[in-house]
Ligand binder design. Structure first.
Ligand code: PHE
Length: 322
């Protein structure tokens, strides 16, 4: 009886070699493994085999069954792949490719840079990890002064911190250059603030600094007016409110009229004489203005986004991808 198993195996292999389509493969499967198939027939015969041979016979039939199943399965995978490839339809429309788009914050920062360059500012850079000296001390914010509380600071060591504003770049630039100068610096800043609808622990700022002889508050006003008109349109109304910053005197806050109300988008003022002293400029000779814009705020106003967290959550709907 064991010869019969060998014979079937032989026959299967011969036929299996010749298979070239899924249909043929399926026919072969039915012929051997189907209800009336050869293997099934052998299995049915087990009970008629004399007990001494039964074990060996059963084992051989089952081994063959498994072998055939495996061969068929492997062949099916191969044939399916081949048939699929053969059916490649070049006339089908392609899958849409998602092209990258700029994040609204980056768009605003780039726009700010463009306006600044148009107004004659040179773009400069500075580090995000900063010395306490540049972030505070040199900006006329001594250690004991309560105005330090205006910036909830993430300290790294006693003397090192994550900059809370872009103003340290004022100091770094002036330390390295002789006046006159007109520079602009966009970058990221950090604060120990809760992440809520209007606060983020990391956000953008952009700093402008102009130092020359006889710079007046009127120059600052004109520059900021031009900035806001470029950003929000020629008819935009802005409002200057008196404010306080230790490194500018006098200081102002600028609000822009948008929708229902007035929204603060920047702080500014005339460079404080103490700041000039810290960098070795003679305050009797040099004058200047400085301002700090908030790109996150500006982007929220321009694009009607009411929660700052959306900028940092990677939701593709924000850039109009979905
Ligand atoms: N650095 C200030 C802030 O973060 C903004 C500012 C910049 C004010 C320059 C005046 C001049 O609030």
């Amino acid at each position: 009886m064991i010869e019969k198993v060998k014979e079937i195996e032989q026959r299967f292999k011969e036929q299996f070699e010749k298979i070239s389509s899924l249909k043929e493969l399926d026919e072969l499967r039915i012929k051997y493994l189907g209800k009336k198939g050869e293997i099934t027939g052998l299995l049915k015969k087990i009970k008629d085999i004399p007990p001494e041979e039964r074990k060996e016979f059963g084992r051989a039939v089952n081994a063959l069954k498994v072998e055939i199943q495996e061969l068929i399965q492997a062949a099916r995978a191969k044939l399916e792949k081949a048939e699929k490839a053969g059916k490649l339809d070049l006339t089908l429309p392609g899958k849409p490719v998602i092209a990258g788009k700029k994040h609204p914050l980056i768009k605003v920062v780039e726009e700010l840079v463009e306006v600044a360059v148009g107004l004659g500012f040179e773009i400069v850079d500075g580090p995000e990890i900063e010395w306490e000296y540049y972030n505070f001390e040199a900006l006329n914010i001594p250690e004991y002064h309560p105005s330090r509380d205006m910036w909830s600071t993430l300290f790294i060591t006693d003397k090192m911190l994550l900059r809370t504003h872009t103003s340290p770049v004022q100091i770094r630039t002036m330390e390295n250059r002789k006046p006159p100068l007109k520079v602009f610096h966009p970058g990221r800043v950090y604060r120990k603030d809760p992440f809520d609808a209007s606060h983020a622990p990391a956000f953008f700022q952009a700093e402008g600094l102009y130092v020359d002889k006889n710079v007046s508050f009127a120059d600052l006003k004109a520059t900021l007016e031009m900035f806001t008109r470029e950003l929000f349109g020629p008819k935009t109304k802005i409002r200057f409110l008196p404010s306080y910053f230790p490194f500018t005197e006098p200081s102002t806050e600028v609000l822009v009229n948008w929708g229902e109300g007035w929204l603060e988008i920047l702080g500014a003022g005339m460079v404080h004489p103490r700041v000039f002293e810290a960098v070795g400029y003679d305050p009797e000779e040099w004058t200047g203005y400085a301002f700090g814009l908030g790109p996150d705020r500006i982007a929220m106003i321009k694009y009607g986004i009411d929660d700052i967290r959306l900028f940092y959550e990677n939701d593709l709907r924000l850039i109009g991808e979905l």
